[in-house]
Design a protein around this ligand. Structure first.
Ligand SMILES: NC(=O)c1ccc[n+]([C@@H]2O[C@H](COP(=O)([O-])OP(=O)(O)OC[C@H]3O[C@@H](n4cnc5c(N)ncnc54)[C@H](OP(=O)(O)O)[C@@H]3O)[C@@H](O)[C@H]2O)c1
Length: 291
């Protein structure tokens, strides 16, 4: 892609999409934000919103009009989004889009879950990137169920045993996406994105306890207990399986890694967990900070 044209940001009113939009506008890139509901906060100057619903294919063509690149957030909570994303990307290519940057999690096993298999679907685009992100540090902020448990019960509950994870700031994920959406020297490949250190949940709890002055502890539970918790929290059973699977992978050590992708893509260090909790009060969200 010789010139950076217009970027469609799916999930553009969400956590990462909001930041991707701001970063692209700062670079002077034309952006169209796509989501079902109108944005609750004003969009940056010059950004257009389009109503887009993964479940309603009649919304695809308007969203894809004159689009060159796509920040691709698959339908949230859909445990098997392959077919719907496939259909959307068919239309995207037909409409002239060339590049897609997919956000995915590093913790879903390939093939065992449609959540992860979608990373193969995106490879039908002439230019593609797959971001395999580690757990977001933002899960400990705002209205995320983990954050609510930290504030109200002073505990973090997971079936991850003493497995480590390379927790990442969603702002770093969004910055990586913005970089890949706009790079002229694009190379289509997967990027495993982590923060600068792999931490156990005990270490995460200790850092939060020390910084936010909350007596937070980690309580390891079994995968079956974890599944019941998530179902009680209202998540669909099929998606719960994927989340429990991610915990089990973490317990096995599969997420115990640190990559150099963020420093390489952004030319700076990734945010550490300690820096992150120092920068945020428990209730704030990334979006609050952005505005
Ligand atoms: N949390 C983690 O630890 C973690 C780690 C790695 C990867 N991830 C990945 O991060 C992704 C979530 O990203 P995020 O936090 O930036 O998103 P988010 O804050 O949850 O926002 C979701 C966005 O998608 C839109 N949306 C929801 N349902 C839609 C639908 N049916 N059709 C069209 N748009 C829809 C929402 O707007 P409307 O509701 O108005 O449509 C919103 O803009 C997930 O795919 C997850 O796998 C998360």
């Amino acid at each position: 892609m010789s010139e950076i044209g217009t970027v469609l940001v799916t999930g553009g009113t969400g956590q990462t999409g909001r930041i991707v939009t701001h970063l692209l506008r700062r670079r002077g890139v034309e952006v169209v934000v796509a989501s079902r509901r109108a944005p609750q906060q004003p969009l940056p100057a010059g950004v257009r919103h389009v109503r887009f619903d993964w479940g309603d294919a009649t919304t695809y063509d308007e969203a894809l009009r004159d689009i060159d690149s796509i920040y691709l957030l698959p339908p949230p909570l859909d445990p098997d989004p392959v077919d719907v994303v496939d259909r959307f990307l068919d239309r995207a290519r037909a409409a002239g889009a060339r590049r897609a940057v997919l956000l995915n999690s590093s913790a879903f096993p390939l093939c065992a879950s449609g959540l992860h298999a979608v990373r193969l679907t995106v490879q039908q685009m002439p230019e593609w990137s797959v971001l395999l992100a580690s757990g977001f540090m933002q899960n400990f902020l705002g209205e995320h169920p983990t954050a609510i448990a930290v504030r109200t019960d002073h505990e973090i509950v997971a079936a991850a045993g003493s497995g480590r994870m390379g927790w990442i700031d969603a702002e770093d994920v969004a910055a990586a996406a913005a970089a890949l959406l706009t790079r002229a020297d694009h190379c289509s490949r997967e990027h495993v994105l982590t923060g600068p250190e792999a931490l156990t949940y005990e270490q995460v709890a200790a850092t939060i306890a020390a910084t936010w002055d909350l007596p937070v502890r980690y309580r390891p539970i079994t995968p079956a207990e974890r599944g019941s918790h998530l179902v009680d929290a209202g998540l669909p059973a099929t998606f719960v399986d994927a989340l429990v699977g991610a915990d089990v992978l973490t317990a096995s050590g599969a997420e115990d890694r640190v990559t150099v992708e963020i420093p390489q893509l952004l030319g700076r260090d990734a945010t550490s967990f300690a820096q992150f909790v120092r920068r945020h009060a428990p209730r704030t969200t990334t979006i609050d900070r952005e505005e």
